[in-house]
Design a protein around this ligand. Sequence first.
Ligand SMILES: [Mn+2]
Length: 422
Amino acid sequence: MIDFHLNGVGKEQDSQHQKELSLLNDRLKLAKGLNPIIEKLKCFQVAIPSWALGTGGTRFGRFPGGGEPSTIVQKIEDVALLHRLNKSSGAISLHFPWDKVENMQELTEIATSHGISFDAVNSNTFQDQIDQPYSYKYGSLCHTDKEVRKLAIDHNKEVIALGDRLGSKALTVWLSDGSIFPGQQDFKSALSRTLDSLNEIYEKLPEDWTLLLEYKPFEPNFYSMVIPDWGTSFMLVSELGEKAKTLVDLGHHLPNTNIEQIVSTLLFGNKLGGFHFNDSKYGDDDLTVGSLKPYQMFLIFCELVKGMNEDPKLDLAWMIDASHNLKDPLEDLIQSVEAINIAYAQALIVDYESLAFYQNQNDATKCQEILQEAFRTDVRPIVREARLQQDGAFDPLRSFRELKVRESLIASRGTHSKATGL
Ligand SMILES: [Mn+2]
């Protein structure tokens, strides 16, 4: 792993930071000061997906930069590097079979040595692997052929077993299953077969694990998806049992969908399991979090904060699921994690008591004022303070560039290294 030293905070820089923090403290006038918010931010960790550390691509092409991690060990090293800078990326989410290695024990040791844990493990039945005896061309867990379904079920069971050895506590299932043409698939039969297959997987889930079920309205199937929306996922996880929850991927909605309301509804039904953060203009664009719709992110976090206030034991899986086609993947991830922390901090300073009061008065004007007062507050000094208290970087992106991290990675890995995955 490349080594670098984070420069301490300069005197001038620190005094400016303290000034900003103190102004914020005076302005917000929170009963308990800024510390409870800083502590919450320090505990907040967002998992980095192993598939997002290399350059992504579209079906038209891929334009990789250099120094990409070509092994899972290098991917763990990249996450460790991010975590050293921002202190909020202490976990990695693996994808099988892409990340499978002979010596899984070694992975645990390497991750532990870097202070990185393993978040949810992901199965893959959306593409065929070499030497696979049956094809997923017409679906996996929903397939009409029992043998294909068995292959997909067995793969998910294997992913649970692999994750168990790593200390993971959740399996994320996203299915590309669906149909391209009207009449191609009987909706009810496909859904029924999917539920039966999921039940078989659920039976193998260890007691302290969660099965996270994603949904997506279209792509790669364009006429129908077997699990197109949160309602279908909610129905399936409710059928499966207590350990099954719905996972919200922000890019898996039709344009203009009210995602914050979905979050609230899932919390009401006690079935919200986790998040895949990204941003988008049209569909599953997988852009940098907060690059397009920071207000939506803030509104989503307001629902989450309310949920966490009501149930302090609420345990959600936080992950980024993005594709970095243009920017340096590590820079993109630094920006995404920062945007998530900012949205969370903004949601933490909302005056929910006043909001509830004016909601009961049906005073829409005051409700908007209360929300936007928080959204328009620059909370970056609080996010920075949380990072500094854990010896993270003053400004992770600036450190990444000044320390020439990418240049060092290119020097050690070369310009043509290629990350596994899509
Ligand atoms: Mn996802």
